[in-house]
Design a protein around this ligand. Structure first.
Ligand code: ADP
Ligand code: F6P
Length: 320
C-alpha cells in the first residue's frame, strides 16, 4: 500500500524551506507516496490543519523565501499529552510518516513523535547553522549573503562619517553568521559566543586604533551577547573618541529568495529524507558532511560537538 507522508516547517523560517518542501513532495510522489501538507508546524498538526497535495502544489515555489506551509512555535509540544493529539490527527488522516523541516527544537519534536509510533525525519532548515550534524543548514548561505549585502552599504556611510559601526546579526546562541560574515567583510572585530571579547579589550583595541590613525571601525557582533548592544556603543563613543552607531539587522536576515547553494542543499536533503522514509526509518535527521549526504539518529545529532571553526577564528587576527 502507498505510504502517506506529511511535511511541515517549524521554528524560525529560513530561505530554502520552500525548495525543501518541493523536494520532499516531488521525491515522495515519484516514490508512489501520497503527500500531505501540514500547516503551521506542530501547532497545525495538533489542530489537524492538514491537506493532501499533488505535484502542482509545489510548482513555482523554489525561488520564494519564507515557507508556504507557514511556521509556528508550540512550546507545549514538549508535553506528551499534547503530542498525543498530533498522533491522533496523523492516525485520522492515515499518515504514517512525517518530514519535519526546522532546527534543533523541531528535531526534538520529530524524535519524540517517532517514539510514539510515527516515523519522522528531520531536515535542517534554519539560518543559524547551529546543527552539528550538518556542515550547513538550509538558509544559512542566503542569510549570510543578505548580511554581506547590508554590511557593504553600512560600510559606505561608516567610512564617510569616520564612525564606528556595530552590526548585530542573528544566530540565537550560535556565532556562525557573525563569524562567516565578519570574514567575508574583513571587519575589524568579530564578537560571537564562541569568541567573546571583554568590554575592556574592545575599548583598549579601539583606543589603540584611534591613536594609530584608523579612521573608521567595523564590528560584527552576534545577538544575545549584550541585552542591548547600544550600551557597548555608548561606551565606545564616550571612551574611544569614535562616534558610534549600532545597526540591528533583524528579520531582514530571514527573508528573500534562497541562494543557489541553499536550493541545491534543500533538493539533496529533501530527497534523502524520502529515501529514509521509503526504507521505513524514523527518528533520524539528514545533513551534508564533507559534501556527502548523511543521516544521524536525532539524539546522537543533538549531542555532537559543534564545529567552532577555529580555522576561521585564526583568520580574524591574521588578516587584520
Ligand atoms: P527550531 O526548530 O528552529 O530550533 P524552536 O526551538 O522554536 O525552533 O522549536 C520549534 C518547535 O519544536 C517548538 O515550538 C516546539 O513545538 C518543538 N519542540 C522544541 N523543543 C521540543 C522538545 N524538547 N520536545 C518536543 N518538541 C519540541
Ligand atoms: O532561529 C532563527 C532565528 O532567526 C534566530 O536567529 C533568532 O534568535 C530567532 O529565530 C528569532 O525568532 P523570532 O523571529 O521568533 O523572534
Amino acid at each position: 500500500m502507498a505510504k502517506k507522508v506529511g511535511v511541515l516547517t517549524s521554528g524560525g523560517d529560513a530561505p530554502g524551506m520552500n525548495a525543501a518542501i518541493r523536494a520532499v513532495v516531488r521525491a515522495g510522489l515519484r516514490n508512489g507516496c501520497e503527500m500531505y501538507f501540514v500547516y503551521e508546524g506542530y501547532k497545525g498538526l495538533i489542530e489537524g490543519n492538514i491537506e493532501k497535495v499533488d505535484r502542482s502544489s509545489v510548482s513555482e515555489i523554489i525561488s520564494h523565501g519564507g515557507t508556504i506551509l507557514k511556521s509556528a512555535r508550540l512550546p507545549g509540544f514538549k508535553d506528551e499529552a499534547v503530542r498525543k493529539k498530533a498522533v491522533e490527527q496523523l492516525k485520522k488522516h492515515k499518515i504514517d510518516a512525517l518530514v519535519c523541516i526546522g532546527g534543533d527544537g523541531t528535531y526534538m519534536g520529530a524524535k519524540k513523535l517517532t517514539e510514539m509510533g510515527i516515523n519522522c525525519i528531520g531536515v535542517p532548515g534554519t539560518i543559524d547553522n547551529d546543527i552539528a550534524s550538518t556542515d550547513y543548514t538550509i538558509g544559512f548561505d542566503t542569510c549570510l549573503n543578505t548580511i554581506v549585502e547590508c554590511t557593504d552599504k553600512i560600510r559606505d556611510t561608516t567610512e564617510s562619517h569616520s564612525r564606528c559601526s556595530i552590526i548585530e546579526v542573528m544566530g540565537r546562541h550560535c556565532g556562525d553568521l557573525a563569524l562567516f560574515s565578519g570574514i567575508a567583510e574583513g571587519v575589524d572585530m568579530i564578537i560571537t559566543p564562541d569568541h567573546p571579547i571583554s568590554d575592556e579589550d574592545i575599548i583598549e583595541n579601539l583606543k589603540e586604533w584611534k591613536k594609530a590613525g584608523k579612521q573608521h571601525i567595523m564590528i560584527i557582533i552576534s545577538e544575545n551577547i549584550y541585552p542591548d548592544t547600544r550600551v557597548l556603543s555608548e561606551r565606545i563613543q564616550k571612551e574611544t573618541g569614535y562616534e558610534s552607531r549600532v545597526e540591528v539587522l533583524g528579520r531582514i536576515q530571514r527573508g528573500g529568495s534562497p541562494s543557489a547553494q541553499d536550493r541545491v542543499l534543500a533538493a539533496r536533503l529533501g530527497a534523502h529524507a524520502i529515501d529514509l522514509i521509503m526504507e521505513g526509518k524514523g527518528g533520524l535527521c539528514v545533513g551534508l558532511v564533507n559534501n556527502k549526504v548523511v543521516h544521524y539518529d536525532i539524539y546522537e545529532a543533538l549531542h555532537l560537538p559543534r564545529d567552532k571553526h577555529m580555522n576561521l577564528l585564526r583568520l580574524i587576527d591574521l588578516l587584520k
